[in-house]
Design a binder for this molecule. Structure first.
Ligand code: SAM
Length: 256
């Protein structure tokens, strides 16, 4: 199978599967933001009209998806992607009345405390959230009883010693998967402990995506088939790994 639309169709993500693969791929910044967002919100209770912060929204695919599928209002906040570019994408989808783009740095959020019903963060939390102090800052922006949900590429098991050989070697594509930033990859248990011990939230879900490595491989194939890749293919590493170490982690918690 090489057709991106078929590669991005998955029966577990029927909402995401209706979106145009070309649109997803041309705006991609990592593994399919719509699969990951749909998986995340399967564990959250989003209701029409809720105020949602999409932190590290990238090109706002997840923000558009949440507004369209759940009728929520989304503040689409990102550091690297100019809000003017996201505004064009949002308007093209006729969601200008429900999705509000802004430039924001995760440690200097321009919001009132308790403003949001929910915060979501898709493939971005590891850039800032491994800091022991970060949840203590972030949680104040969600109301009491509101929820915070993250999805990150993660580890299926931690390792202390040397990086497993198949993750560190140079691939035929020229890429090396494991760089210094990969030390922010962790297991679901690590993330659960990281949040639970603060006492600031009650962790409701901390789990891994079943068959995550297969989805990641399919995503890599779709990126290569469409020519949308910004980096060399990771196909070799993903195949060698087979889900022993790599996959996706989801965590949802409620503010105490
Ligand atoms: C891998 S991209 C994922 C983007 C998008 N969520 C997606 O899945 O397509 C990571 C995003 O995290 C954002 N990010 C990284 N550090 C950040 C920070 N300190 N504050 C706000 N956003 C940050 C970047 O701007 C980038 O768009």
């Amino acid at each position: 199978m090489t057709n991106p639309q078929e590669l991005l169709h998955d029966p577990r993500f029927l909402r995401a599967s209706t979106y145009d693969a070309e649109w997803i791929l041309e705006n991609q910044m990592g593994p399919n933001a719509l699969w990951l967002t749909e998986w995340l919100v399967q564990a959250m209770d989003l209701r029409r009209g809720m105020r949602v912060l999409d932190l590290g929204c990238g090109k706002a695919l997840s923000s558009i998806f949440l507004a369209r599928e759940f009728g929520v209002q989304v503040w689409a906040a990102d550091l690297w992607i100019p809000p003017t570019e996201n505004w064009a994408r949002i308007q093209a989808q006729e969601l200008g009345e429900r999705v509000y783009p802004l430039r924001a740095e995760a440690h200097a959020l321009p919001f009132a405390e308790g403003f949001f019903d929910a915060i979501v963060c898709v493939d971005a939390y590891a850039y800032f959230g491994t800091d022991d102090l970060y949840l203590s800052y972030l949680h104040r922006f969600v109301r009491e009883g509101g929820s915070i949900g993250i999805v990150v590429p993660g580890l299926m098991r931690e390792f202390d010693g040397p990086v497993p050989e198949h993750l560190a070697r140079r691939q035929a594509s020229g890429g090396v998967f494991w760089g210094p930033d990969c030390w922010s990859l962790h297991t679901a248990d690590w993330w659960r402990h990281h949040w639970a011990r603060t006492g600031l939230v009650e962790v409701e879900v901390a789990d891994t995506l079943e068959g995550g490595i297969d989805l990641w491989r399919r995503w890599d194939q779709a990126v290569q088939a469409s020519g949308a890749g910004h980096f060399p293919s990771d196909a070799e590493v993903l195949e060698a790994d087979g889900g022993r170490y790599l996959g996706f982690v989801r965590m949802v918690a409620r503010r105490a």
